[in-house]
Design a protein around this ligand. Sequence first.
Ligand SMILES: [Zn+2]
Length: 306
Amino acid sequence: MTPITRRTLLTATAAGVAAHSLPSFAAPKPYSFMHGAFALTVVSDGHLVLPTTFLAANAPPEERAAILAATGQTGEQFDSPTNVTLIRTGSDLILVDMGSGDRFMPTAGKLWDHLKGAGIDKSKVTKVIFTHGHPDHLWGTIDELDDLVAPQATFYVASKEWDFWHGADATRGLPPERAGFVTGARRNYEAIKDKVKMFKPGDEVVAGLHILDTPGHTQGHVSLALAGGDGLIVGGDVLTHQIISFLHPEWKPVADHVPDQAIVTRRKLLDRLATDKSKLIGFHLPYPGVGIVERKDGAYRFVPVT
Ligand SMILES: [Zn+2]
């Protein structure tokens, strides 16, 4: 496989932008629903344009191409949606991840544009909970002047994830495209260091909102479990494609830091979601990424609610 550099990514992105006419990417309206005591809104942060090889390094190429064709995507690149979840509960307005900001890809970082008119003020965000430290989840924390986008918020980060990005292992032995990821993660974490609260899996951030241990995509990746009904899980990047992650949880997305651990986590979460019939919000599933998981032919399938 050709090593993917940041330059390759940016070139791919530019080609992707040129290939699409603008009207097909009109901002989707924020999608809102109630879950128990929580009022949820899913907002698109735009999308990423990535090489198809990113989806599964160990997949038979023809099989991968056939699945992509079934979703209407052909060629060497695919569009990956990015869905940010907002949670209102009690006096809190909680953002789960901050999107890409303006330094990752021109097709992403649209969160606040899409929230215009929805009555959500950046200064009203009380808490931000990060699933992990990748650019499309973390880099929207600061603006072009390195100022905090949500200045009133307290920022919640898994201590394991914080330690990973600040430690020597973040750069040691990792592919070259991740070097920029480390610099970016550290820059965003630096901006919140006086307002950060560390958590560990099992912690309850607010009443009924627990942190779920879902490592593998990154070392300290977490999901959120919301109480109410059959439950709801904000799954971060455990399940990143609407077919592949469910039909082939054993395929290895290039973005997974610890691929074998990610497979174990994926299978465990799929089993839990199918058994409990909980709702899932998937960051990279087709907007708004809300649905349930069903068992199918020895694997799983995602059933969107809209
Ligand atoms: Zn992601």
